[in-house]
Write a protein that binds this ligand. Sequence first.
Ligand SMILES: Cc1ncc(C[n+]2csc(CCOP(=O)(O)OP(=O)(O)O)c2C)c(N)n1
Ligand SMILES: [Mg+2]
Length: 363
Amino acid sequence: MTTDASRGAEAPPELVQLLTPEGERVEHPDYDIDLSAEEVQSLYRDLTLVRRIDLEAVALQRQGELGIWASLLGQEAAQIGSGRALTDSDMAFPTYREHGVAWCRDVDPVKLLGLFRGVNHGGWDPEEHNFHLYTIVIGSQTLHAVGYAMGIQRDDASAATIVYFGDGATSQGDVNESFIWASVFNAPIVFFCQNNQWAISEPLEKQTRIPLYRRASGFGFPGIRVDGNDVFACLAVTRKALEAARTGQGPTLIEAFTYRMGAHTTTDDPTRYRVASELEAWKLKDPIERVKSYLFKNELADQAFFDSVDAEADQLGADLRRRCLAMPDPEPLDIFDHVYREPHSLIDRERAQFAAYLEGFRD
Ligand SMILES: Cc1ncc(C[n+]2csc(CCOP(=O)(O)OP(=O)(O)O)c2C)c(N)n1
Ligand SMILES: [Mg+2]
């Protein structure tokens, strides 16, 4: 077992990588990708803007405007690469950290904030975006996603499902059961595991003795490990896996090898359980810096482009803060409105009781 501070900082040999941390393009026989300057610029913009959304959300929580926030810092490439691989008709099932995927599915970021501010119970219509609601119960969304994928299969639709989960989630029964169902029914699904090396304070060594992607072979479908800080590789690998799902070739497990650079959530203090040198080693593999170096080195973007993305991020941040603070508090009785589609006598009774209770606070 590896327990030293540099754990994970060395690239393992099986890793699919198309862009090195220094911004050098590398070839891969199975996973090549041809991206125009505009496409790379667009990925850079996505990465930068979602990092800004995340930063603003952490600040808003620190100012008491959000109850909690789960930061995606360091995982931008895994989320933008896989999110941009999706087509409109594909369906995504997130955990609670997939703000970058939400961005790719055109979910207004202020709706994410509403959930963490406690003013809504979901925030967006999953059908409108083909992006399910955030799921806190670790791993449970993998079962929902496999069920959804089996539905796609029965509708004979040309679409795939992708489900996101963490390294810690792989120890859950739900995730292992979902692997079995997906495998034996050949469901059109991509299991996208963001191995960010930690499950709150539990290190990866407490979840597995083998690389996570290799688990897939025991269930009977392919597993692949990709550099989760390389947006090109995440895009290429996810595209291929989604296409395999859409064309009847069944599930794939993608292990995006990455690192949670922030705390687990704003309630967590990682300095209590991990050493600073580990974070420092991963900072050198930053997912955004390598795309910036690539664009610069190859003269695919000039300073004016980077300045314009920064200005856009500033504007997005200011707009997000303003709209977050302007979100109205919900009416207390609204909580009863969406429990059932049709009226329900028990809910009616509870609503009346609660209304009477609230009346007691009137002067
Ligand atoms: C079923 C269940 N057990 C425990 C928890 C508490 N919990 C919240 S996040 C978390 C760790 C998850 O780690 P991982 O799957 O690696 O995801 P990450 O947060 O690192 O993205 C745990 C144990 C929970 N939410 N649900
Ligand atoms: Mg984790």
